[in-house]
Design a protein around this ligand. Structure first.
Ligand code: DC
Length: 216
């Protein structure tokens, strides 16, 4: 069997990663992986279990011992905790407020990296996050970095009815020591301010097809 293809999509919050990654996965018949959801699941579970999310050692210890496993369902990969997928809970304001701190813990990043690399067991992937092209799959030739103006990104969150200060979270995600948000080497940068998802995903698929047919 040939090595699975990984399309890496990185970028700051509300840069259109999830919307576009889902469209692309659907069009290509690839499996969609939302790595932010994996960090959110751990953050949510820490809150559930009364773990102090501002204490990196406590978070690392919880991550070492929690009962979480990958599941491949509906053409996406989910992280289930004790068999449960907390789909709505991980989008709450409480979870969003602590997820950056949880995602900055080095042990957590190593744990997530191993699981995220394991996702190729499910075949070709469209994986979105903050460090996919730079750290999780640096070897993939298909790297995209999405961005949009701060005003457009804040507007998208507001339209979704989610109250969140994006600037604070972006600042934390970009300045942490372990695998911060960066533009990966060789990534195609796509600023999608004012574009529809169809336009942005169309640009990504066109560039992916061009890279793929150009070969290594
Ligand atoms: O994309 P999102 O908002 O669901 O991501 C939630 C948080 O997880 C975000 O603040 C940064 C972190 N994250 C990360 O550090 N690395 C990833 N690959 C994905 C998300």
């Amino acid at each position: 069997m040939s090595t699975p293809i990984v399309i890496a999509i990185d970028g700051p919050s509300a840069s259109g990663k999830s919307t576009n990654a889902k469209i692309i996965a659907n069009e290509l018949g690839y499996t969609y992986v939302d790595t932010g959801a994996m960090y959110r699941t751990l953050a949510w579970n820490c809150l559930q279990q009364g773990i102090d999310t501002s204490n990196p050692e406590a978070v690392a210890h919880h991550c070492e011992t929690w009962n979480a496993a990958l599941a491949h369902e509906d053409n996406q990969v989910r992280l289930r905790v004790d068999g449960y997928y907390p789909e709505a809970e991980i989008r709450s304001a409480e979870t969003s407020a602590v997820v950056s701190a949880v995602a900055a813990v080095p042990f957590v990043r190593d744990w997530m990296k191993a699981r995220q690399r394991d996702c190729v067991q499910f075949g070709n992937l469209v994986m979105e996050g903050r460090d996919i092209g730079s750290n999780i799959f640096p070897e993939t030739p298909y790297k995209f970095y999405l961005d949009a103006s701060p005003a457009a990104r804040q507007q998208r969150r507001d339209d979704d009815g989610i109250q969140e200060n994006l600037a604070t979270r972006d600042q934390r995600d970009s300045t942490r020591k372990s695998a911060p948000l960066v533009i990966p080497d060789g990534a195609t940068v796509i600023n999608n301010t004012g574009e529809t998802p169809e336009q942005t995903s169309g640009r990504i698929i066109a560039e992916f097809n061009r890279l793929k047919s150009a070969g290594p």
